[in-house]
Design a protein. Structure first.
Length: 608
């Protein structure tokens, strides 16, 4: 109830604030007000002292783009006490790269959190590579946490000194993926489900029709986890001077290591309290013992230092643009919400960049499990048209599968991380009806129609056998088109594509071996490839799309110029599971394809 009033109040205040500002100073006055404040504060920002330590908080979520909020949501974020710190991937990478060259930055402190960020595996890999480059300059990296989770340890293991609290623990127990099945609940509530699909691994329909994984889905998920885990072990083993086999033995025999056990296993370097770590950080930065803290600057604040912020755009004076377009979320028909990939909206953005002569190349950053087949085709067409006129490079993020692969396949080159989830070349249709639950509550329908299939799209009854045959033909046709297009775009034999398709998911490393991906690399590598393909030399700058939609975000950033790190409270297990259920149901809202046909990953592939 407390949260209800808090969010309702925030939304109300957001609306009142917007109306008050517009009425009070007029629209033109508002614009003048914001621009004036921005112009006065643009040169005022965080200052870097000599012998500073850059603080990397492991509670920070690193996403491809900043969350795009509605006006009401922006105020909720400001007033809420439980919003995590977020930084974009490119900003984090460029900030770490800049820190490596900055003589005022002498090291990095990787700070543990009781609420770890929700950064995806592929993004974690790019951040770790940036941390590693920093360490190779000879500067110090110290990492401290109370309890090291596997994701945190993946980053922390790059440190010169890994420290754990005496009462802490290190999680090293492998990966798992748990699927939520809804078929029992749908049966209980009288909601009917009929499915059509192509590809024996296309398991996206299973949560609606089964109570456990099919053997094929279990097989592909196990293989995917194994590929990702192998990369994890290989990375950790190299840093801690272990073999993969030795690390796996620890995983199988211990799983969770208490502090002293982790020390004896040489997975951490010290077991001390935070105040002892603080003392060392003070010494490194030349502070005295009686000083409250060490000389420091957070990753978020350092990214706002003028010379650091400029590295995001590269050569800002150049007229040659490389457009970085973010395709993040479910692919849906129409415009979609700010957190979805609206087929029409993204196609319009790509079309605008294609027609802009100053845009010399485009990087499409894809982080999507797929979705609507027709929306994927709308986007894919624009990708193909751009690639015929100027270089278009796809950078795959954490997930770029099914519809996410459909919109990627016509790129000039495709880059992915080794642990990117991709592939899933397959098609399915899911058809709901509410006849049973309606009839039980006294609701019935009658219909008059001209044409056998006139009411094909009704949810008032199950589909007939003839209707299912018709829909299956459509699914088969789209799948054949998918196969043919992949074969043409990737210069592969259709038989080869058919063999590796079937709806099966692959890791980025395996996708490269199969010819679905060109090379392993992150978003910054993709941008450099785009500049090379467009033959721009050093004369180019980066512009990112889409731009922020929220008026409040622009006003508050202009007024403050800084972001505040807000403490968070870890979720209890029950709330976590409820949020997982919310995510599953949110996926249903995105199922708006006009024919009910989708190219999408299994609902929802989570790796823990």
């Amino acid at each position: 109830m407390k949260d209800f009033f808090k969010y309702t109040f925030a939304s109300l205040i957001g609306s009142i604030l917007g109306i008050t500002l517009i009425i009070g100073v007029g629209f033109g006055g508002l614009i003048f007000f914001v621009v004036s404040i921005a112009s006065q504060t643009k040169d005022v920002g965080p200052q870097v002292e000599d012998k500073s330590i850059l603080v990397f908080d492991l509670g920070t979520s690193i996403t491809d783009t900043r969350p795009i909020s509605s006006t009401g949501e922006a105020l909720q974020e400001v007033l809420s006490s439980d919003q995590p710190t977020t930084i974009t991937l490119r900003k984090a990478i460029n900030t770490l790269n800049a820190a490596a060259k900055d003589k005022k930055i002498i090291g990095i402190y990787i700070k543990g959190s009781n609420t770890p960020g929700v950064t995806g595996l592929a993004n974690l890999q790019e951040i770790r590579q940036a941390l590693q480059r920093f360490g190779e300059t000879g500067k110090t990296i110290i990492a401290y946490d109370m309890d090291w989770t596997e994701r945190e340890y993946y980053l922390g293991s790059v440190a010169d000194e890994i420290v754990i609290n005496p009462l802490g623990a290190l999680e090293l127990n492998g990966l798992s993926s748990q699927t939520l099945f809804l078929s029992g609940a749908l049966d209980k509530f009288g909601i009917g489900v009929q499915v059509t699909r192509v590809g024996k691994y296309k398991s996206a329909v299973e949560p609606f029709t089964q109570e456990k994984m099919s053997p094929e889905n279990r097989q592909q998920t196990l293989q995917l986890l194994q590929n990702i885990w192998d990369e994890y072990l290989q990375t950790i083993a190299k840093s801690r001077k272990y073999t993969k086999q030795q690390l796996q033995a620890i995983v199988d025999n211990k799983g969770m290591l208490m502090a002293n056990d982790a020390l004896n296993s040489k997975l951490v370097d010290k077991v001390v309290y935070y105040d002892e770590v603080l003392t060392k950080l003070k010494e490194l930065t030349g502070k005295k013992e009686e000083d409250k803290t060490f000389t420091q600057i957070s990753l978020n604040n350092y990214s706002k230092v003028a010379k650091v912020a400029q590295t995001l755009s590269k050569n800002v004076k150049s007229n040659n643009k490389i457009g970085v377009v973010y395709a993040q979320g479910e692919i849906v028909n129409g415009t979609g919400t700010p957190r979805e990939i609206g087929g029409d909206r993204l196609a319009k953005e790509l079309r605008r960049l294609r027609l802009d002569d100053k845009v010399k190349a485009v990087v499409l950053r894809v982080n999507s499990p797929g979705g609507s087949a027709s929306a994927s085709e709308v986007i894919g067409r624009e990708v193909k048209l751009i690639s015929e006129e100027k270089p278009l490079i796809v950078s795959m993020g954490n997930i770029a599968a099914s519809g996410g692969y459909w919109i990627s396949m016509n790129a000039d080159r495709i880059l992915a991380q080794a642990n990117t989830i991709t592939g899933s070349i397959g098609v399915f249709g899911v058809l709901f009806n509410i006849q049973e639950i309606a009839n039980k509550n006294g609701i019935t329908w009658d219909v008059v129609k001209i044409g056998k299939f006139a009411d094909l799209d009704t949810t008032s009854r199950p589909k007939t056998e003839d209707e299912l045959v018709l829909i299956q033909k459509m699914v088969d046709s789209i799948y054949e088109r998918f196969i043919t297009n992949v074969a043409t775009a990737r210069n592969l034999a259709p038989e080869k594509v058919e063999e590796i398709a079937q709806g099966r998911v692959w890791s980025g490393a395996n996708a490269q071996k199969l010819g679905l991906v060109d090379e392993i690399g992150g978003i910054e590598t993709a941008i450099k490839v785009a500049a090379e393909e467009a033959e721009l030399g050093d004369s180019w700058k980066v512009e990112e799309y889409p731009k922020s939609r929220s008026l409040e975000q622009r006003i508050f950033r202009s007024l403050s110029g800084v972001e505040v790190d807000i403490p968070t409270t870890p979720l209890d297990p029950l709330t976590t599971e409820f949020k997982n259920l919310q995510e599953e149901l949110a996926s249903l809202r995105g199922m708006n394809d006009p024919y009910g046909i989708y190219t999408r990953l299994p609902f929802n592939l989570r790796i823990d």
